[in-house]
Write a protein that binds this ligand. Structure first.
Ligand SMILES: Nc1ncnc2c1ncn2[C@@H]1O[C@H](COP(=O)(O)OP(=O)(O)OP(=O)(O)O)[C@@H](O)[C@H]1O
Ligand SMILES: [Mg+2]
Length: 531
């Protein structure tokens, strides 16, 4: 992989990159930064957690002169949380160059945004609805914009933002640079690309599987009414550092986070019916580790980058494979390992296989964790905590009592009691969740997504999994951690798509996800969700 110094970036940008701790570029960065620096339009596709934000952020920041005092760059994201996060990363990248960037999203007081706009930011990161609001109020003008990025472009289409994006882009000068980025590129993205991009270069770093290679994927077959018990056993057995649990609807998320709290887990919920303040609070607590379990609808499926997320659990299966890819991609980021579990009811098995077929990745079937495994998991955590103390601290002031106790009782007996006390018993409250309807398998040709070739190659038969989780080797380098999992398919032809402009898509129409039963944010943009 290239070092960042090889791109010919401004020293101040380079300095910021170094400060972020990026030693070398990721594959999508090394392919798209040079293309973006030529000013060409670009469609970038690469697995979740592989640094797409910096892939568009770095060239965008590099080209803006410090003396600029108009809005010259616009980044659009599908959700508020993502707008905030991307703005943070852009902020860090521009630290030494000293550009001004501003997130603009629904739910935040507009007056505050108007005041912030008076400081003349050069870079705006926003959700489409609120952007339009400012445009109509003439508090944001786009006539000087030279660079537009649509992050999670396919999702914005799916959420019904097409019209908003059209109206926004009409106000941006024709001679701009436009870039689309996502881990998934369903065929309908071409409609968007044809309308808004000029002769784009396709930069695709998608190996065999579209899911990130460092994520171990498993499923458990459970009946709807067993799900909660299964979840609490799974959490006990696995003891995640941080976990995200996806539920299908807002009601589900509310009930589930409440139930987890009642059982003594440190959990909270995130969905689109919460106030922006609540949403911000939950995200802040999850980022700083003061809650360990985030229960969320698909509003958290895209783009969110929280370090330390070791587990993603699909309490309910997602409606479609893209959503699966993005949800589980909240773990296993930046070369770290991650674990994804999905609960599947017997009637949804076909749907699960459909997801496997499209993602070309098998999930391994695991039994419901037993009570014994759950207890053992919890005890293991306690034991680890005790050992950490033993190794790192002195406890002279506790030793007298220890000696005294040991004179009276057997040491194993004593320690077992202490571990029991420390492990704490989960409160045995009765939990009842409103059942969700099972999803039905949808028919979809496996080759209709992605402008890279992987999905066009074999038309989807079972043989395409090959059972390995290799991403086809990417030449090592420090960025990724798990080479053992990546050395399988060997051929060396890692990314296939290369930076060529393949764009065959095999036809077929991309079936839109239905909003049935999912009261969260797939509704068209008119919902108050992300305006
Ligand atoms: N060159 C690099 N070296 C090390 N870490 C990096 C590098 N580039 C980005 N990262 C880190 O990797 C993480 C994931 O990056 P990012 O959120 O941009 O991924 P993404 O490809 O946009 O994923 P998603 O598809 O989920 O949106 C971030 O924490 C980011 O700071
Ligand atoms: Mg991203």
């Amino acid at each position: 992989m290239k070092t960042f110094a090889e791109f010919g970036l401004e020293p101040k940008v380079l300095q910021a990159i170094t400060e972020l701790g990026f030693e070398e570029s990721t594959p999508i960065q090394s392919k798209s930064i040079p293309v973006a620096m030529t000013g060409r339009d670009l469609i970038g596709q690469a697995q979740t957690g592989t640094g797409k934000t910096a892939a568009f952020g770095i060239p965008l920041i590099n080209k803006i002169p410090t003396s600029e005092d108009r809005i010259v760059a616009l980044i659009m994201t599908p959700t508020r949380e993502l707008a905030i996060q991307v703005a943070e990363e852009i902020g860090k990248l521009t630290r030494y160059k000293g550009l001004r960037s501003l997130p603009i999203y629904g739910g935040q007081e507009i007056g505050r945004q108007i005041r912030a706009l008076k400081k003349r930011p050069q870079i705006i990161i926003g959700t489409p609805g609120r952007l339009l609001d400012h445009i109509n109020r003439k508090t944001i003008r786009l006539e000087d914009v030279q660079t537009v990025v649509l992050d999670e472009a396919d999702e914005m289409l799916d959420m019904g933002f097409m019209e908003d994006i059209q109206s926004i882009l009409k106000l941006v000068p024709e001679e701009r640079q436009t870039m689309l980025f996502s881990a998934t590129m369903p065929v309908n993205i071409q409609k968007l690309a044809q309308q808004f991009l000029k002769d784009p270069e396709h930069v695709s770093v998608i190996p065999k599987q579209i899911t990130a290679p460092s994520i171990e994927q498993s499923y458990i077959e459970v009946h709807e009414r067993q799900k909660f018990e299964a979840l609490s056993r799974l959490l006990d057995m696995e003891s995640p550092d941080l976990a995200i649990i996806f539920g299908r609807t807002k009601r589900r998320v509310d009930e589930l986070s409440e139930a987890l709290q009642k059982r003594g887990y440190s959990a909270d919920g995130l969905h689109g019916d919460l106030s922006q303040n609540q949403r911000d609070n939950v995200m802040r607590k999850f980022r700083d580790g003061s809650i360990e379990v985030l229960v969320a609808t698909d509003v958290a499926a895209r783009g969110l980058d929280v370090s330390g997320v070791t587990h993603v659990i699909n309490f309910d299966l997602p409606q479609d494979p893209e959503s699966y890819v993005h949800r589980i991609g909240r773990t296993g980021r930046a070369g770290k390992e991650g674990t994804a579990w999905s609960f599947v009811t017997p009637r949804e098995i076909d749907h699960l296989h459909f997801i496997e077929r499209i993602t070309r990745q098998r999930m391994s079937r695991k039994p419901l964790p037993s009570l014994a495994e759950a207890i053992e998991g919890k005890q293991r955590v306690t034991a680890e905590r005790v050992l950490e103390l033993v190794q790192n601290e002195e406890f002279n002031e506790y030793k007298a009592i220890a000696i005294q106790l040991l004179e009276q009782y057997d040491s194993v007996h004593l320690l077992a009691a202490a571990v029991k006390l420390l492990t704490g018993e989960k409160k045995n409250v009765e939990i009842e969740l409103t059942p969700e309807e099972p999803l039905r398998a949808k028919k979809r040709r496996p080759d209709i997504r992605s402008n890279g070739r992987p999905f066009n190659r074999s038309s989807g038969g079972g043989s395409s999994y090959g059972g390995n989780r290799s991403s086809g080797s990417n030449g090592g380098g420090g960025y990724r951690g798990r080479d053992d999992r990546r050395s399988g398919s060997g051929s060396g032809s890692s990314y296939r798509g290369g930076s060529s402009s393949e764009n065959r898509s095999g036809g077929g129409s991309y079936s839109k996800r239905s909003s049935e039963g999912r009261s969260d944010y797939r509704r068209p943009k008119s919902s108050s969700e992300d305006n």
